[in-house]
Design a protein around this ligand. Sequence first.
Ligand SMILES: NC(=O)C1=CN([C@@H]2O[C@H](COP(=O)(O)OP(=O)(O)OC[C@H]3O[C@@H](n4cnc5c(N)ncnc54)[C@H](OP(=O)(O)O)[C@@H]3O)[C@@H](O)[C@H]2O)C=CC1
Ligand SMILES: O=C1O[C@H](COP(=O)(O)O)[C@@H](O)[C@H](O)[C@H]1O
Length: 490
Amino acid sequence: MSEQTPSVDLALFGALGDLALRKLYVAMYHLDREGLLADDARILGLARQDYEAEAYRARVRDALESRVDASERTEESMERFVARLEYAQVDFTTVDGYSKIADWRKDSSRPLVVYLSVPASLYGDICQHLESSGCLDEHSRVVVEKPIGYDLETSIEINDAIGAVFDETSIYRIDHYLGKETVQNLLALRFANPLFGDQWNQSKVSHVEITVAETVGIEGRWGYFDQAGQLRDMVQNHLMQLLCMIAMDPPSNLDADSIRDEKVKVLKALRPIEGDMLNTDVVRGQYIAGSVGGKQVPGYLDEEDANTESRTETFVAFKTEVSNWRWAGVPFYLRTGKRMPEKLSQIVIHFRQQPHYIFDPDQRSLAANKLVIKLQPEEGIALQVLTKDSGLDKGMRLRQGPLHLDFHKAFPKARIPDAYERLLLEVMKGQQYLFVRRDEIEFAWRWVDTLIEGWQARDVPPKRYPAGSWGPVSSIAMITKDGFSWYEDY
Ligand SMILES: NC(=O)C1=CN([C@@H]2O[C@H](COP(=O)(O)OP(=O)(O)OC[C@H]3O[C@@H](n4cnc5c(N)ncnc54)[C@H](OP(=O)(O)O)[C@@H]3O)[C@@H](O)[C@H]2O)C=CC1
Ligand SMILES: O=C1O[C@H](COP(=O)(O)O)[C@@H](O)[C@H](O)[C@H]1O
């Protein structure tokens, strides 16, 4: 059995919210079931609704029953988990209720982990009230969710407010993509395999693609999403983190700061999209009605609570470059959108062709290796290699095929944990390497703000795309004009 995490008291702010009910209890339940939660670890749920502890436990139980596979539930494991839960009704904006946390903590010597599963506008108030009510000590940690702010300015305000109470070494900023197993595998793939280490630069790589496609729309989150748009919701955080993991130089070790220092260098070197590049190197889109998975779905402007004038983008594709010695001249193409035909997160590294080509000239376009890294839904890595097509009549025809590692098939007994399991585990262990440092967030905002200012100055409306398509056709033209195409072996 794996080693248990150190014991903690976890105060979960926003205990009845969407994220908590869909993800956090499920992740904690799995950790508990696998014997990873310390026997005496406890959880205090905090929200403003009036609940008795028993009713709260029943609500969490319901959430688990609808989200955890029946084969992974036993009465014993469910009971063991919910017995850890207590509840306190608190209005987070006033200090009065915070004494309930201190009461719950009375006589506890365990470190306090505070998880803020609430809108970022509340982070500052909560941190201050926690401090002034004497809930914190030097072992306390805070976990905060994305998005931190709306732009660089607001993210600085929020980070300042958290930083006034917690030291950077105690702040765990979540980007749940960093908790995904295959994203962590990028570190292993790149830095444990000399085969790739030596090829990972502008002399061997022709271009890089990152696609994060979602089938969902905005799932009743119009209020939040319409303010944000896909650039702030997905690019500023998740896609930037994926780009950093692909482009960063080798860290000197696996320490949090060694890794984060390298990621920051990438963000600093990222070429901004401005001037004429706004016409050529970026496409923003908004979905109209269409069909996803055989089901008719409404357009963005017909979603519940929609403002029919909205110009918010639900899709963005762009080309950028990491302007440093490793990557100069290598285009990075990124795209992400809602209501795409498939849920797919995938990174494709296109290697350059051989300097001298000796096979059938008609097959020349085949003649380059590609490394396809699938993050979801199936997690796996495939290296597209060229071999001889078999058969006496084929001569020296080439055939492209994958050397394929499908994690589910290769390691059938290993359950692939959800990102939040890994992240919660690391918080409890006090390890920060999968969390985002303040300067990463701020450099990413700088880049995003430049693009948004460009859009605003030109008043660029989003291009329409039917739900169930791969985005506006101009996002395809953006890459084909460079002689490439989005990799399509979905
Ligand atoms: N939901 C998701 O999939 C994702 C969410 N996030 C981030 O996670 C955080 C939480 O999101 P989400 O769960 O969707 O948000 P919700 O609005 O669903 O949940 C927020 C929770 O906080 C409570 N709350 C809000 N204000 C107060 C207050 N003044 N006093 C007491 N309780 C309060 C709410 O109570 P009440 O119900 O009474 O309003 C609710 O329980 C946000 O920062 C979000 O950006 C990040 C990635 C994905
Ligand atoms: O943070 C967010 O991520 C989800 C996508 O996460 P995934 O793990 O399902 O890929 C996205 O739908 C949501 O809008 C965004 O806020």
